[in-house]
Design a protein around this ligand. Structure first.
Ligand SMILES: Nc1ncnc2c1ncn2[C@@H]1O[C@H](COP(=O)(O)OP(=O)(O)OP(=O)(O)O)[C@@H](O)[C@H]1O
Length: 361
């Protein structure tokens, strides 16, 4: 079943997808651990974030979304090891490969060029300090020359920016709701006006109304301040609300990339189609939820060929032999790519199959 078009979806008028790149990830490879028992969590990921763009990263738990952004920002915890690729950040001084930066260069870049709001970040506020102090401490670390008055002023401005009255600067974290604490974390991330804001499931712990408010606020701030966003979630319906472009991940690879609208209305990968029918739409008519049978594969022992084939309703014999690479769709659509053999005309001819109607609308 093709998802019904939502009525309230933002169209990517200010998408930024045509702007120059700010972050280019090329051939990124990550393993957890060494030797034969290593978990190959990322396998040759290519992804480009453009200036002012909101890029959504979606996929089931364990597909490598967090690993991708932590590796790209050199925050990968052990036993994670980056085994290949490059991450080009287009900063004020020109392009630099984040993976080859010295520790000192990294410290300077972090928070100035790239800031992250982690999963469950709202619980990482220190309960014994007022939120104002926590924001000004973060500013002080990177702007040691600023006077106390200037830091306070900036903290108030940041709170107002995320919709919290400046007077709450003296509040302790326990005096704020979960949504407000998450906004404080967003304010801290924006303190140094980063070029790239990475948000790893920033709203998962919040109720749906609060999720929506925060998502709208992030888009509003992006429109006003012009930064780029990587927004991670397993909920594609939520991404359609916020993202200009969506990349769908499966088993450590990107399997489809397109504008949010195209992914929502016309998914081209059987996995994207399955994901879209796993979540209720936030807008528009109800649709039948089908889900995806089975579970993602064990990354320590991936099946041959396409990693999705064992769950795919359209799997062909070729899918067990050939690993699909990201490439053009069968319909030759511009600005989108898919990693599925069904989109290869030679494979379809050899297998004697048509492109399934659900992937061709
Ligand atoms: N410390 C670790 N040691 C071994 N394997 C790990 C470790 N951290 C993550 N992995 C594996 O790497 C893969 C990718 O994990 P990752 O957390 O990046 O996925 P995710 O898509 O962000 O999941 P979630 O939505 O649950 O956060 C998973 O299969 C996970 O089991």
């Amino acid at each position: 079943m093709t998802p019904t078009a939502p009525t309230g979806v933002r169209h990517p008028a200010s998408s930024g997808s045509q702007n120059p790149p700010v972050l280019e990830i090329r051939g990124l490879e990550v393993s957890y651990g060494y030797s034969d028992s290593a978990v190959r969590a990322l396998r040759g990921v290519d992804l480009t974030l453009h200036q002012g763009e909101v890029l959504g990263l979606a996929g089931e738990s364990g597909c490598g979304k967090s690993t991708l952004v932590y590796a790209a920002t050199r925050l990968l915890p052990p036993p994670g090891i980056i085994t290949g690729g490059e991450v080009i950040l287009h900063g004020d001084e020109g392009p630099v490969d984040v993976l080859r930066m010295s520790d000192a260069e990294l410290r300077a870049t972090r928070w100035q060029d790239t800031a992250i709001v982690f999963q469950g970040a709202m619980n990482s506020l220190n309960p014994v300090h007022r939120i104002g102090r926590q924001i000004t401490d973060a500013i002080k670390a990177h702007r040691p020359g600023w006077s106390r008055a200037r830091r306070d002023e900036r903290a108030r401005e940041l709170l107002e920016m995320v919709g919290i009255a400046a007077g709450r600067i003296t509040a302790y974290p326990h005096e704020l709701s979960g949504g407000m604490r998450q906004r404080v974390m967003i304010a801290m991330a924006l303190a140094l006006e980063p070029k790239v804001l990475i948000m790893d499931e920033p709203t998962t712990a919040l109720d749906v109304v609060m999720q929506r408010q925060i998502v709208e606020q992030i888009v509003d701030l992006r429109d006003r301040l012009g930064f780029s966003v990587v927004f991670i979630t397993h909920d594609v319906s939520l991404l359609v609300e916020i993202a200009d472009r969506i990349a769908i991940m499966y088993a450590g690879e990107i399997v489809e990339q397109a504008t949010a609208d195209e992914v929502y209305r016309h998914p081209r990968h059987p996995y994207s189609h399955g994901l879209l029918t796993s979540f209720p739409p936030l807008h528009g008519p109800r649709r039948e939820l089908q889900g995806i049978p089975g579970a993602p594969p064990d990354l320590q022992s991936l099946p041959s060929g396409c990693p999705f084939r064992v769950r795919c309703p359209h799997a062909m014999p070729s899918c067990a032999r050939v690993h699909p690479e990201l490439g053009p769709t069968a319909l030759g659509e511009e600005q989108r790519s898919v990693a599925c053999l069904l989109h290869d005309p030679q494979v379809r001819t050899a297998e004697g199959v048509e492109l399934p109607a659900s992937l061709a609308v």
